[in-house]
Design a protein around this ligand. Sequence first.
Ligand code: HSE
Length: 445
Amino acid sequence: MHFRGHTTMSSPLRVGLAGVGTVGASVVTLLERQRAALASRTGRSIEVTAISARERGRERGVEIEGFAWFDDPVALAASPDIDLFVELIGGDEGPARQAVETALGARKPVVTANKALLAKHGMALAALAEKQHVALAFEASVAGGIPIVKTLREGLAGNEIRRVYGILNGTCNYILSRMELEKLSFEQCLSEAQRLGYAEADPTFDIGGFDAAHKLAILSSLAFGTAVDAGAIHVEGIQSISLADLESADELGYRIKLLGVAERSEHGIEQRVHPTMVLKSSAIAQVMGVTNAVTIDADAVEELTLVGPGAGGGATASAVVADIADIARGIRSPPFGLPVASLDHSARLPMQRHEGGYYVRLSVHDRPGALAAIATRMAERLISLESIVQRSKPGKRSPVSAGTTVPVVLITYATTETLIREALAAVVADGYIAERPQVIRIERD
Ligand code: HSE
């Protein structure tokens, strides 16, 4: 690391920016707005000199006439007229990957917000950056404006981390919050999130949990010093969450959040993304709307929670500009905290071995013995019930038995994924259930 004196200005840092959508336009605006402050903080003036985007003529709310234009982002990445390449194209292959590889290959530092690319090719790209002795920075790839990459990599370097978990997808949190508070439909809330620019180009990445999984893969590597292993993540999205679940959760003192959780145990690293019941009194339950939150359990600091905007142009640009400023200052850390060869390939912990409490919502045929049979199937596997609630109002007419069904909600004490799945399979086989059971895991503080 070099320390640059703040009085002697070095040559300007010439930035090439590929992808000028919501975030890219905000990066241009922010660099302009903070021009003087950034120059005095880093000792260098930072100038966007060239850009590349899909459509040249599109209205972006920023002036692009003064920048050199490249139709091809790979040509921009290779240009000798830039010192740093910013990739905001998105996607785990195609032009984004080619352009990042080209820039690193040409010994240019890279700043990217591309979590999908890092989740898939992070190890290869970090190895290339290391070989070329240039920075690969990706603060904006996880939790938008929250500086979580720097927190894990630098701020908590003196800790052993046990668990990192959080709300990593603003779109899902926005949808769940609005459904709960305003009793709106899933579709209405999703269109609103798209209109506000929170959602990915393909919103199934958000609602299916994949965007959160990409981010969790990065956090997990930084937290545990392990190689990025997105394939090891158990992923479930929020599509199956109904207003009935949100109401039951509320009555039982919980709220439903899409959480990404990475946890180290003596058996290996568990990584999972799924809708989760959290106690309404917990810090994470208070996080509503597009806001993200990440909690870290570690030995020295104990518990730390960072809360902030997880998506949107300004917040994401804040993280991109921080990375650009680091590079202007001459800071280069190993992208994932350790040299790639030292990253651990620890054992994955399969989801079947997950231990925790469960919320189960069943649509039960209203017949004598039904509840007793359900409780027996649980007891046979030593699953202890914290509560079992049968809603007094009858449910809908069951198409299977032509009788009525009643909603029954169970909360279990800690058990394993294998046992709860076995118990529910037995309950279904007994013939008391009209619909597939809804299962939501409970996360304790
Ligand atoms: N689609 C993402 C979200 C944007 O909703 O959180 C930030 O990565």
